[in-house]
Write a protein that binds this ligand. Structure first.
Ligand code: GLV
Ligand code: MN
Ligand code: MN
Length: 423
């Protein structure tokens, strides 16, 4: 790399990122944790806070057809490097999941806006509904942009109160018939980069503050509904019951057994019993099953095993069972060259390098299918995420900001063939 003709900026301010994240957490959390669930007023408050940050940098903010917010720092040439993450959280979530990556991206934009024009455009994106907490479908905005969102499938999705996804997003200005228009947002994109907390225990166990991500694992997510017979809890003898909950419970155990057998993970994160009262045998029980594995074949084996187990459990309890797909993602490797750049930056800052897979999904997952992509992780305290206890030592968060900044500078240089100094 030749030396840059561009003036250096002062570099990013990690302390400012942490302070901004704390302000955002105060604005959008209650005693149970962060409440920035997508398509709610609290989420919109968080997005307005982001717009305010960007407007202070004199950057215009626009919303695309899928509800994602964009700000662009125009540069020379036709190429674009995209940086970002999401502001939505799960209910009772943590302060850093997604928000860390968005605020890292703001800080990098702020630093780079202070120097002369870049050799390419740098775009910040804040993705809509990464979590899928309400409708079960993760990565809404990013998969619309990447062109992998199945509109027919999401049209059918309803939340726990029966509201349809299409109606809810329309209240926020997003129309499923026009989602395709969001694909134009990545014309000219040369790279996508995202910073995120690990959300697992690997970096902390190894005493590392930051690491590079090799890609994301595959996911299969289904609603499994058992139907038996609602009956009186007192007067129905045990041998004539058709208890839908017991069939669901046996299936939940099979989800765990199969995940352990294949060294994957499997979760039943939600169950709904009908009528759901203590004086009735549940005539219907629906569970949400999430299974993950880095290997596509092993993931299909896990799915098949649990499907068979659910049929056996249903038969044993005199119930019927129905499987409905909610969401799936293939194992998605990131781009070797870009992962190499993240690794190089980590080595430079910590003297060590670690490349690890992500067992959590990210907006980088669909983006990696469309654009060269990489991610940087910071450690997560006790590996806890999707919970109010989610945390990361402040010095790791600050180091992550510097590492992300250096990565972005190098990737801009990589994508435009010119040098951009960032250490
Ligand atoms: C989202 O955080 C997911 O990993 O499902
Ligand atoms: Mn996230
Ligand atoms: Mn999350």
């Amino acid at each position: 790399m030749t030396s840059s003709a561009l003036p250096r900026d002062a570099g990013p301010d990690g302390a400012r990122v942490v302070a901004t994240l704390r302000t955002l957490a105060d604005m959008t959390s209650d005693d149970a944790g962060a409440q920035r669930v997508a398509w709610t007023d609290t989420w919109q408050r968080a997005r307005a806070f982001l717009r305010q940050q960007l407007q202070e940098l004199s950057l215009a903010v626009r919303t695309d057809a899928a509800g994602n917010q964009w700000a662009r720092l125009p540069g020379g040439g036709s190429g674009v490097v995209i940086i970002g993450s999401h502001l939505d959280s799960v209910p009772d979530g943590g302060w850093l999941d997604g928000a860390y990556g968005v605020m890292c991206a703001v800080e990098v934009l702020r630093s780079l806006a202070a120097r002369g024009p870049l050799p390419c455009t740098l775009a910040l994106v804040e993705w809509a509904d990464e979590e899928g907490a309400r409708f079960g479908h993760s990565l809404f905005g990013s998969s619309a942009v990447a062109g992998t969102l199945n509109v027919a499938e999401v049209r059918e999705l309803a939340d726990a109160s029966g509201l349809l996804l299409g109606d809810v997003v329309a209240e926020h200005g997003v129309h499923l018939d026009r989602l395709d228009e969001a694909r134009q947002e990545i014309y000219g994109a040369r790279a996508y980069l995202e910073a995120h907390i690990e959300q697992g225990p690997v970096l902390e166990r190894e005493g590392l503050p930051i690491g590079a991500v090799s890609g994301t694992v595959g996911v299969e997510r289904h609603r499994v509904t058992f139907r038996g017979q609602t009956a009186h809890s007192g007067s129905t003898p045990m041998d004539i019951r058709r208890d839908a909950f017991l069939a669901a419970a046996a299936t939940a155990l099979a989800v765990r057994e199969s995940a352990v057998r294949h060294q994957g993970v499997g979760t039943v994160g939600a169950a709904r019993l009908r009528p759901g009262i203590v004086t009735a045998v549940a005539g219907e029980t629906a569970i949400l099953v999430d299974q993950r594995h880095p290997d596509a074949g092993a993931l299909q084996a896990m799915l098949g095993e649990v499907q068979r187990a659910s049929e056996q459990a249903a038969k044993a309890e005199g119930c019927a069972v129905r499987w409905e797909p909610i969401f799936r993602a293939r194992p998605q490797p990131f781009t070797d060259e870009l992962v190499g750049i993240v690794r190089e930056v980590c080595t430079e800052l910590t003297g060590q390098q670690r490349v690890l897979p992500s067992w959590a999904l990210h907006d980088a997952t669909p983006m990696a299918g469309a654009v060269p992509t990489a991610m940087l992780f910071t450690s997560s305290t006790k590996g806890i995420s999707h919970a109010r206890e989610e945390d990361t030592p402040e010095e790791h968060l600050r180091l992550g900001v510097e590492a992300f900044y250096r990565t972005v500078c190098r990737v801009i240089a990589w994508s435009s063939g010119s040098a951009v100094s960032g250490q």
